[in-house]
Ligand binder design. Structure first.
Ligand SMILES: Nc1nc2c(ncn2[C@@H]2O[C@H](COP(=O)(O)OP(=O)(O)OP(=O)(O)O)[C@@H](O)[C@H]2O)c(=O)[nH]1
Ligand SMILES: [Mg+2]
Length: 368
């Protein structure tokens, strides 16, 4: 599923012991106290790093400790402070205190740093305890103990593209065609019960994350079907791919209007996400009807069929794509970035679909 999780114990360092010592110099008999303070124990910090994507660098039941402070020394020399430990986590990691079940930090921004527990204070050396009644204190403070906490790291992966469609329109089939995800696929509604993520590779070096979620039906926001609670898994997703089934008994207008209304009922932010539309199962409609269906759908949205040699969509069927996904060059996010018929069965427009989605993902990454 979406969360990867690991349990850890973390401890800040113990403060160093204060020192008991006395001046010993030539001609000075019974010199005064000069024991230095102990060093402070090391703190535990968390740091968010965009170059980390998993929690796999943590072993199960790991115990991470910061260094203890060094004890104070004679001649009023303070002990060295313990070195802090900085725990590196990927963006999207929540740090949860296991005793209270409370989310302590939500690590989202690259380079975000949070102090979790401070190290113990160093003990005071005997110099501090000198008084008129006690000129030679033989007492120094012990260092304060460090803190130990049991925590859980929950990585909530953030998908780039979320698939939104009625049940049985081919969402899981698409994600298994273009990514490494292998969800269950079957010819009945609500096959998918839990969200799944897949990585879509573009060439050798680039990729984006796609999320397959259960199907949505009208009234989902009131709990019909599986409801829309799982939309929370794609709440941080910036791009939606609406999937509208050409071969469904539900007409195309009903599908897109219902989906958009349900998404809007769930979240205002999702309702304003960048989006595109895939018309699925194009192979299941006779080719002469296909053209009419697609044209009718574009017309309903107030769009005209376009051409774009750059992406490489199949030119034998109509489709629509905006000139560029780059907002500064006039991308209109009220309209879909593209509307294109696809077929996972015959691979129609599948490669260009990946390419076009990746353009949208890149435009999004440039913005943030
Ligand atoms: N002809 C044809 N059938 C397809 C295509 N894509 C998917 N299907 C079939 O459509 C049915 C539903 O596919 P799924 O991928 O499970 O659909 P889903 O949208 O994930 O469905 P839920 O998980 O129930 O919401 C299966 O029988 C698939 O084999 C396609 O491109 N062409
Ligand atoms: Mg499915």
């Amino acid at each position: 599923m979406f969360t990867d999780s690991v349990e850890l114990t973390v401890s800040s360092g113990k403060g160093g012991q204060g020192c008991v010592s006395f001046r010993r110099e030539k001609f000075v008999v019974n010199g005064g106290p000069n024991g230095g303070d102990g060093g402070k124990g090391g703190d535990i910090w968390f740091k968010c790093d965009n170059n980390t994507h998993t929690l796999s660098h943590f072993q199960k039941k790991m115990h991470i400790k910061a260094d203890n402070g060094a004890p104070g020394e004679s001649s009023n020399m303070a002990g060295k402070s313990g070195v802090k430990r900085v725990i590196i986590v990927p963006p999207g990691t929540q740090i949860i205190d296991m005793d209270s079940d409370e989310v302590v930090f939500d690590m989202l921004e690259d380079a975000q740093e949070e102090l979790f527990i401070t190290g113990g204070r160093g003990g005071l050396g005997n110099t501090h305890f000198k008084s008129s009644t006690n000129q030679r204190p033989t007492y120094a403070q012990p260092g304060e103990k460090g803190e130990t906490r049991k925590i859980k790291l929950d990585l909530k992966l953030i998908a780039d593209v979320g698939l939104v469609g009625f049940p049985n329109v081919g969402k899981s089939t698409l994600i298994s065609t273009v990514s490494n995800a292998r969800p269950e696929i079957a010819n009945y509604e609500f096959t998918t019960l839990t969200p799944k993520l897949g990585q879509v590779n573009i060439g050798d070096f680039e990729s984006f994350i796609m999320a397959d979620i259960p199907g949505i039906i009208g009234g989902a926001h009131e709990g019909k079907g599986l409801g829309i609670e799982f939309l929370r898994h794609i709440e941080r997703t910036e791009i939606l791919l609406f999937m509208v089934d050409l071969a469904s008994y539900r007409d195309l207008r009903e599908q897109i209007e219902t989906l958009k209304a349900e998404v809007a009922a769930f979240s205002d932010k999702l309702a304003h996400s960048k989006y595109a539309i895939a018309l699925t199962r194009a192979d299941a409609v006779p080719s002469d009807e296909l053209e009419e269906l697609v044209k009718g759908f574009l017309e309903m949205l107030g769009l005209e069929a376009t051409k774009d040699s750059d992406i490489g969509f199949d030119e034998t069927v109509p489709y629509y794509i905006q000139k560029t996904a780059d907002e500064t060059l006039g991308y209109n996010r009220e309209l879909p970035y593209f509307v294109v018929p696809i077929s996972s069965a015959t691979n129609k427009n599948i490669e260009p679909l990946k390419k076009a989605l990746f353009k949208l993902v890149q435009s999004k990454r440039l913005e943030s």
